[in-house]
Ligand binder design. Structure first.
Ligand SMILES: [Zn+2]
Length: 708
């Protein structure tokens, strides 16, 4: 009866393990795994009874039928199931416990030629994945799971999961909630690989070390930049170690700057500041386009010379940018100071066959031949053929290709001109950047930046003429900032939906504009609205109010002996700079970096709410201020005292009071309160409040702030 009972258990195991098993007949007739164990049970019984030959004939027959080879001597417990089964080999001295499951191509084999026990022993409830090899007289414990293709050479304790080559015990298991509770299984598809995991950890460790070494050597860390040229975020590796040459296309000086110009200037200002902070030696060049159709037009409108227009609007540019905290570039060249350099480049381009002349009266214009530069379109990902099809109709017939662009323009009546090999004329727009980049930074630079609207045609043309001229890669990383939109439409002068910087600065503190710009990642569009500016203003106010709270604590707090839990706040501070750098390293994510700063503000306020006391708390708050200072400097935000912030707000909010007026009122109120003249004290408070000033009574003084 024992024999039949065992067979019954084997059959049950099939139904338990294989969801495809439908009925007993199907299993009996079509399951090779079942055939193999059935024949093995018989051959093993005969083998144990000492009957010669027949057990071997039976096992050979089973091997032919099923592709499963089990030595008649192998001891196998009840409830055994081989799923699929082809290629399974079970050696002579192998022993298998109850309710085990093997998949195809599993080997329970030996490693040597010595007699005696040389095959493994499996405990109960062991699962062996497809292709796994368990070799030698080792012991596999109960409830062990062995991953597919693992090679196990050492004994394994109960309840382990083994994967990899050589098999390693891991703890990682897939937890599956079944009706009976939680079940641990092994995901054979996404098999954890301990070797790969260790390698991964090592790689991460090496990368952290590299970062530290680079930081110590002053080379900066692992900055990643989104490169418009490749359309990917790439690890930033400068052309020359430690040195960065960076160029950003500046403004055409014929009008006041608008908020779009402010964004571009602030973005590249922060990129430069951060790269410097990262230890790079940065040379930054930002040009002025001081000869252009628009400048000539403006000069004619205003009845002044073109150079007066230029002078005026460069002054206005500096006036706006200084207020926005945009640091001057290392070199701020003007196009017209580089006429000779441009002429030299244009001459060389004609000699090399990249450019051609078109006579215009006594003078000539020079055009760049786009067809001669097969890579044309590589930055903007535009196909020159498609561009041609879409080109506007009013094309100059004399051009070889409608896409060809002017390097030199023959002089027209009433226009400024310079002498050249092509007679009187002036440079085209694009050539000026090539000349200024090469002169001030060299033929191959690291970063070339600008607004996204410059990608085509300006930057595409810069690349064509520069690379045709030098035969070298012009810029390694192309960085472009996104647009500012109003009602989801791109803000631009041509659409007429723009705000000049000074219009906004009439109502808002410059730091509000800077904060508004940096609160969004530089590549994303920003929707410009009063609400957004107001939000930026409240955020800054929250910052300065918190600093004021810290200052109060540092100057007035007495040691009450109260000990509060500092570890959470301490941990937060410890990790802070690293998190800030991580955000900035990731393609200058100022939005995330500012997010971290405001998280820190929340933590500081929470900490102060606990009413901490003592030296340790003081130390932490001093450290907090230092962190704010370091990170604030990179963004060039948060550089004032809370008092100065409020004094400046008086001006922008057009409150008709000076700081002195307010101080006088506060003093009046203090005396009234001293005399218990509560009515008077109250009316002073109300009077100030109506004008937008809030009083805050503190332990030994009264502070004021502007209502946001
Ligand atoms: Zn340019």
């Amino acid at each position: 009866m024992g024999f039949l009972k065992t067979i019954k258990k084997d059959l049950d195991a099939v139904f338990e393990r294989d969801p495809a098993a439908k009925n007993i007949l199907q299993v009996i007739f079509t399951y090779p795994g079942f055939h193999a164990i059935l024949i093995h049970r018989i051959s093993h019984a005969l083998y144990t009874a000492g009957i010669p030959l027949i057990p071997w004939i039976l096992s050979t027959l089973a091997r032919f039928l099923t592709g499963i080879e089990i030595h008649p001597a192998a001891k196998i417990g009840e409830g055994f199931f081989i799923d699929h089964g082809m290629g399974v080999v079970i050696g002579e001295t192998a022993e298998i416990g109850k309710n085990c499951l093997l998949y195809q191509e599993v080997t329970l084999g030996g490693t040597g030629k010595e007699k005696g026990k040389r095959h493994p022993t499996l405990g109960d409830n062991v699962v062996v994945g497809a292709g796994a090899k368990i070799l030698g007289p080792i012991k596999i414990g109960n409830h062990v799971k062995i991953g597919a293709n693992s090679v196990v050479l050492k004994s394994v304790p109960d309840h382990s999961v083994v994967v990899g080559v050589p098999g390693k015990i891991i703890k990682k298991k897939v937890m599956r909630i079944v009706q009976e509770g939680i079940e641990e299984t092994l995901d054979h598809v996404r098999l954890p690989d301990p070797v790969e995991e260790e390698l991964h950890e090592l790689r991460e460790y090496i990368s952290r070390l590299e970062n530290r070494i680079e930081k110590l050597e002053g080379k900066g860390g692992k900055v990643k930049i989104f490169n418009t040229m490749t359309g990917k975020k790439e690890e930033f590796i400068p052309v020359r170690t430690g040195k960065i040459r960076m160029y950003a296309c500046g403004v055409t000086v014929y009008d006041y700057c608008h908020i779009g110009h402010a964004r571009n200037a602030v973005v590249f200002d922060v990129i430069r500041r951060y790269l410097k902070y990262r230890g790079f030696d940065v040379k930054y060049v930002r040009n002025f386009t001081d000869i252009d159709d628009k400048i000539i037009k403006r000069a004619n409108e205003e009845g002044i010379t073109w150079d007066r227009v230029v002078k005026k609007y460069i002054e206005e540019y500096y006036h706006d940018m200084d207020r926005l905290g945009v640091e001057r570039a290392d070199v701020e060249p003007k196009a017209t100071e580089h006429i000779n350099e441009m002429i030299e480049i244009i001459k060389a381009l004609i000699e090399k066959g990249y450019a051609y002349e078109i006579p215009e009266g006594e003078n000539k214009s020079v055009y760049f031949s786009v067809e001669r530069f097969p890579e044309y379109g590589k930055l903007s990902k535009k196909d020159p053929k498609e561009l041609l099809a879409g080109a506007r109709i009013e094309v100059d017939e004399r051009k070889k290709n409608p896409m060809d662009f002017a390097l030199w323009k023959a002089s027209k009546e009433g226009e400024p001109w310079w002498n050249s090999p092509w007679g009187k004329g002036r440079p085209g727009w694009h050539i000026e950047c090539t000349a200024m980049v090469i002169k001030h930074l060299g033929e191959s630079i690291d970063i070339h930046g600008g607004g996204a609207d410059l990608i085509f045609p300006h930057h595409e043309n810069e690349i064509a003429q520069s690379e045709a001229y030098t035969g070298k890669v012009f810029a390694k990383y192309w960085v472009h900032n996104g647009f500012i939109t109003i009602d989801k439409e791109k803000m631009s002068k041509s659409l007429g939906n723009f705000f000049t910087i000074r219009e906004i600065l009439d109502r808002y503190d410059p730091e509000v504009i800077r904060f508004f710009i940096l609160s969004t990642h530089y590549r994303s569009p920003i929707e410009f609205s009063k609400e957004q500016l107001h939000d930026a203003e409240s955020s800054l106010d929250r910052y300065y109010s918190t600093i004021s709270r810290i200052d109060d604590f540092l100057t007035h707090a007495t040691d009450t002996g109260k000990k509060v839990e500092i570890s959470q706040f301490n941990d937060f501070l410890d990790r802070f700079i690293e998190r800030f750098e991580e955000a900035m390293d990731d393609d200058f994510n100022t939005a995330l970096a500012i997010g971290h700063i405001f998280e820190l503000l929340k933590e500081v306020n929470r900490f102060l709410d606990l009413k901490p006391s003592g030296e340790e708390a003081k130390k932490l708050l001093i450290m907090t201020k230092e962190i704010f200072n370091t990170t604030g400097k990179i963004l060039n935000l948060f550089q004032r005292t809370p008092e100065q912030w409020n004094i400046d707000l008086l001006r922008y909010k057009k409150i008709p009071l000076t700081e002195l007026d307010i101080r006088k009122k506060i003093e009046e109120r203090r005396i009234a309160r001293q005399n218990k003249d509560w009515t008077r004290a109250d009316s002073i408070r109300k009077e100030l409040e109506e004008k937008g000033i809030i009083l805050e009574d503190k332990k030994d003084k009264t502070d004021w702030k502007v209502k946001i």
